[in-house]
Write a protein that binds this ligand. Structure first.
Ligand SMILES: [Zn+2]
Length: 238
């Protein structure tokens, strides 16, 4: 872990979180509905960028500073682990995207295609760049295979138990599989398992606290992302 890179990640995460606000605000709507462009309280138009509070009624969009704080922590962890390596760009990109996806999934239980699908070519190009500059052709092949394996596993789960795992989760799993596969099969298995473990632990805690019943659904995306982040940060080098 490089402390200097981690500190740079923490600092860069704050403006990155502010930039994410506009995407999170616009896409935090149920699927098949138009983007959110007006204030939910007073219906005044919201500017395209710097979506922090309504200029008309003063309503704060989302918890103040939460996106900035989480993005700073995620980038701090990832740059501390990958700073100065050829795969630094790929993991920073996925970390920032993951924060936006988790925030949207927590608020409206959806993982928008508009964020996930373009992330596939971007991630593949960034990993290909890392493979070329770092002479890691094997890792690149494993990343592609990892995306297929994890996406395929989630697809099978979604087919076996419809309503549990959604289509957005399947597409996100393919993306997470690219990153985890790049780091190696043990990291991929640890990341996938940690997602289910975290989801199970939190669900049990919420049921015990009577905040959730056995029948209620909680978003799985944030747990999959947290599991992948944990495995990515903690796992040894490939
Ligand atoms: Zn307003």
């Amino acid at each position: 872990m490089s402390a200097v890179w981690a500190a740079e990640g923490l600092v860069a995460g704050v403006p990155a979180g502010t930039v994410l606000r506009s995407a999170v605000f616009q896409l935090s709507v149920p699927s098949d509905t138009p983007d959110q462009t007006t204030c939910p309280r007073c219906a005044a138009a919201v500017p395209r960028w710097f979506v922090i509070r309504c200029g008309h009624c003063g309503h704060h969009f989302g918890t103040m500073g939460a996106l900035e704080l989480v993005t700073a922590l995620v980038l701090g962890l990832l740059l501390g682990r990958f700073g100065g390596r050829p795969d630094m760009l790929a993991f920073s990109f996925l970390g920032v995207l993951g924060v936006a996806l988790a925030a949207i999934d927590l608020s409206v239980q959806r993982l928008p295609d508009r964020l996930i699908l373009p992330a596939y070519p971007v991630t593949i190009v960034l990993l290909a760049f890392a493979a070329l500059t770092g002479h890691a052709a094997g890792a690149f092949g494993r990343a592609l295979l990892g995306g297929l394996v994890l996406g395929g596993t989630y697809l099978a789960l979604a087919l076996v138990r419809p309503g549990g795992i959604g289509g957005g989760d399947v597409k996100l799993a393919g993306l997470a599989g690219l990153a985890l596969g790049w780091l190696g099969w043990p990291t991929l298995m640890a990341g996938a398992a940690l997602g289910f473990i975290l989801s199970g632990v939190v669900s049990l805690a919420l049921i015990a606290a009577r905040r959730l019943t056995l029948q209620s659904m909680i978003s799985f995306g944030p747990f999959m992302l947290a599991g992948a982040l944990l495995a990515t940060t903690l796992a040894g080098a490939r």
